[in-house]
Design a protein around this ligand. Structure first.
Ligand code: HEC
Length: 252
């Protein structure tokens, strides 16, 4: 399960579910506390959660029920840069173009150039250091998995998670093509997905403060009266950045 790391210490659902109950919600009038297995299961959850947080075990509250496999599957849709979480499937640039024109172009433009003020999805190469950088999947994003995850999760705007896996592969292929990353006849699939390297990938790196900023760290930081005398050396009014009462120009 992608993104399931934090749950590793918890007992599995099979251990939690009382025998024969198959995860059904407690029937009306049934007292959850009266079921020894359920109480035990809840204790196990609480104990695991508490030990994870380093706190003493909390008392049993007997709220809710273990999540069903279908519920977990519906929630567990994240796709990681290493490909974990990608569904089976594939789609071509050509198929992606059709789907994109039908479902996305109205907002993002036929070539991802953005209609009106909707986000631009293609282009912008070489603009990152300019005064007005254009951050797109091609110019800025580090990983194609983010495009897959986000598009499948959230687009088309207002109808998220309506695209099939194949449609999502195809649309991502089309967007990669618009960004000059793959050729016109490319077919993107679960198998070749992690071979895609976005141009700006090398400019992303892991937090290196422990190395790069170590020189600034002081083992005995000042905690009291740390600044010297504070002197006002200029005023916004003198620098002429504060508008004074009278408006110049026609505001009507
Ligand atoms: C009704 C207009 C609309 C439609 C249709 C639409 N989108 Fe979007 N899209 C948006 C908006 C608005 C955002 C920004 C959302 C936000 O930032 O929360 C967005 C953001 C995005 C982004 C992220 C852009 C970025 O750089 O942050 C991608 C990728 C994207 N859409 C792809 C698609 C795809 C693919 C489709 C078709 C399946 C689609 N969109 C359909 C409105 C739309």
């Amino acid at each position: 399960m992608a993104g399931g790391l934090a749950l590793a210490a918890l007992p599995s659902r099979a251990e939690l579910a009382p025998a024969g109950q198959k995860g059904e919600p407690a029937k009306k009038g049934e007292k959850a506390q009266a079921k020894p297995e359920k109480g035990k299961a809840q204790q196990a959850v609480n104990a695991a959660a508490a030990s994870a947080a380093g706190a003493p075990p909390a008392k049993v509250v007997a709220l809710g029920r273990p999540a069903l496999p279908e519920e977990i599957a519906a929630w567990d849709i994240d796709v990681r840069p290493d490909g974990l979480g990608l569904p089976e499937g594939k789609g071509s640039v050509k198929e992606g173009e059709e789907a994109f024109l039908e479902q996305c172009a109205v907002c993002h433009g036929e070539f991802g150039e953005g209609a009106g003020r909707w986000p631009v999805l293609a282009g912008g190469a070489g603009t990152l250091k300019s005064e007005r950088p254009e951050k797109t999947i091609g110019s800025f994003w580090p990983d194609a998995s983010t495009a897959f995850d986000y598009i499948h999760r959230a687009m088309p705007f207002g109808n998220g998670q309506s695209l099939t896996a194949d449609q999502t592969y195809a649309i991502v292929a089309y967007l990669l093509n618009l960004n000059d990353i793959v050729k016109d006849d490319f077919v993107l699939s679960k198998e070749n997905f992690t071979k895609i390297v976005l141009p700006n990938r090398p400019n992303f790196f892991d937090d290196d403060r422990e190395m790069a900023e170590k020189v600034f760290w002081n083992p005995n930081p000042c905690m009291k009266n740390c600044t010297g005398e504070v002197k006002v050396i200029s005023h916004a009014r003198i620098l002429d950045v504060t508008p004074d009462g009278e408006q110049k120009g026609n505001l009507e």
